[in-house]
Design a protein around this ligand. Sequence first.
Ligand code: IMP
Ligand code: MG
Length: 180
Amino acid sequence: MRTIDEQGYHFEEWLTPSQIAKDVKQVAQQISADYKDKEPLFVVVLNGAFVFASDLIRALEDVRCEITFIRVSSYWGMSSTGQLEFIVPLQQVVENRDVIIVEDIVDTGLTIHQLKAHMRGLGANTVSVATMLFKPAKLEYEDARPEYVGREISEEFVIGYGLDFDGFVRNLDAIYKVKE
Ligand code: IMP
Ligand code: MG
């Protein structure tokens, strides 16, 4: 089993590249079945989701689609609701489109909760979510429960395949779990 040491933490390989590829394929098949007669717009949430999105859209079967990118940052101000800051705003019209938001991981669901509201406010026809990983035990926003999930994970911190640790290690070809 491969291991990585990063910033004083020890990580062990959890999903190998071939396991990831199987998970991605399964997600792609579900999306392909559901969107066969639609022309979805994939909205990829940078930075983390770029690796998953790249594999996912190439694994689709017979889906005519478009892809665009946004970059957001969630922060908590004085109010009780988190605000979404658009670092790279949406560049494409989503009105009347079937939008599929692509994420690397859904944790509390705050990012997805706010992005879904944003897309609906802009007149999207439907909005669904595809994510490589989902931490159901940490979900705080029920409307952020993703429709398409590569794999569920408990509360551990993971890196690789787009997921970062302070900006680094996104380029790892496997997903690694932190070991205490
Ligand atoms: P949420 O808004 O709480 O769902 O947070 C989602 C974001 O938190 C993801 O897009 C990641 O950037 C980050 N995140 C959550 N868990 C992890 C993890 O285990 N490793 C790396 N990033 C994570
Ligand atoms: Mg992210």
